[in-house]
Design a protein around this ligand. Structure first.
Ligand code: DQA
Length: 160
């Protein structure tokens, strides 16, 4: 059974009371529950983690990437400058989807740059908590897609 890590960075533990106009009213526990419910039909294993500390996120990624098939991550403000988190994610060589609840491109300019996006397969921004569902659905489809058949070397036919 495929396993996916769903990781949230700094301040996302405060969802529900944190700037609801940007981030909505659902708490992180609500969102994790919605992801679990949505994922039931996919029959996958999910592991959730949130931290306000970049080092703790790096430790988690290093310790849990082996055995995982993909990562959904909302890195919070680390999106914009968290290079050690980026390196840890890149080292996993797993497919990663970056999620933002708010539309970061409609906000302050410092939010327009992501150091994570270049090592992710894609980014979802501005679709609220549903962005996590779409990210997970994408990773499940990619992992379950049949791999293209390996080309086997042609045997020499013996003919000239
Ligand atoms: C965020 C956007 C970031 O710019 C911000 O620092 C966050 C949340 C989002 O989900 O929209 O903490 O990642």
């Amino acid at each position: 059974m495929a396993t996916f890590l769903v990781i949230n960075g700094p301040n996302l533990n405060a969802l529900g009371k944190r700037d609801p106009a940007q981030y909505g009213t659902a708490t992180l526990v609500d969102i994790e529950q919605r992801i679990r419910t949505y994922a039931r039909e996919f029959k996958v294993t999910l592991e959730f983690f949130q931290s306000n500390h970049e080092g703790a996120l790096v430790d988690y990624v290093q310790q849990h990437a082996e055995g995982a098939d993909g990562i959904v991550i909302n890195p919070g403000a680390l999106t914009h400058y968290g290079l050690s988190l980026r390196d840890a994610l890149a080292d996993t060589r797993l497919p990663i989807v970056e999620v933002h609840l708010s539309n970061v491109y409609a906000r302050e300019e410092f939010r327009h740059k992501s150091v994570i996006a270049p090592i992710a397969v894609g980014q979802i921004s501005g679709l609220g908590w549903r962005g996590y569902l779409y990210a997970l659905e994408h990773l499940v489809s990619v992992v379950q897609e049949p791999k293209p058949a390996q080309k086997t070397p042609q045997k020499p036919s013996g003919k000239k």
